[in-house]
Design a protein around this ligand. Sequence first.
Ligand code: AMP
Ligand code: ZN
Length: 307
Amino acid sequence: MSDPNNPRKMGKCTRCEKWAEIKITKPFCAECFILHYEKRMAKVIKHNKLIQRDDRVLMAVSGGKDSLSCAHALSKLRETFNFHLGILHMDVSLLECTNERSEAVVGEFCKVRNIPFHFVRFKDYLGVTIAQVKEKSRRNECSICATFKRYIMNRFARENGYNKLATGHCADDMTRFFFKNWFSGNYAWIAKFKPRSDSNHPKVVTRIRPVFEHLEMENLTYAKANAITICGCSRCSYFLRKDPWNDILQTIDKTRRDFKIQFARGLEEVEFSFKESSRAFFECKFCGEPTDQEICAACRLKELNKA
Ligand code: AMP
Ligand code: ZN
């Protein structure tokens, strides 16, 4: 990490002769770190065929460091890969998580980069709030929020003519997801452990994760190096308080510093043979969205509110 008071402590930048200001995996000066970050992202995009010419990519931006850094780099790569980029920000109306300020920050971010900005409020789109559902459900706020976010992101992307949906999931997220779900025997999430999850239904938009191989710390540093304004809360306060896996992974991190990057790369190389094809796909009897049950997860939650 950067130590502006003692630049010589980190040695010379890996790419040029300047004194390094940033050290996460290797020492870099700020300019070379930016180049290194974008080059690695372009490599992940190419290697995993995340984006093709003329694709319409909708990037979901929460206003936190991961999705804003990813969106900034994607906006710079528009010319290299020749694609159209739009941004979706959802106001989940959950305490500190998203609010009027995050709408303004993401809106301004889009304006200066000439990116179409889409804004959706949970309450307007779904007709219910997380708080209303929470009153009738034993599920926690995070899990209700995640169900609604997934639902809106896919539906909004499809209905607005986007063929790819990008999220800011990074190597830290992937490692956390993997351990949590694998050890709980929850293999249905396996499609998430790749930089790209192809559509498995005409109504499902292909998911891409361009910062799959980047660390949270790299995203934060990239945001700072580019003077990107991030919203106060990059991750919901409920989540941080409740997830014990953060501590477990930090312990491993102390022994092997870049293990999350190595782990994410390993996930790309491994071919999982989960019997995904055996899962039937229906269209929800209420809203018509794809689901593996008669009623989709979002509508099941919405129905609770009516009960
Ligand atoms: P999280 O599940 O909060 O770690 O977020 C994972 C990814 O989902 C982020 O990197 C964003 O791409 C997307 N995302 C999360 N919250 C929002 C939001 N409020 N609006 C738009 N995209 C979001
Ligand atoms: Zn439904």
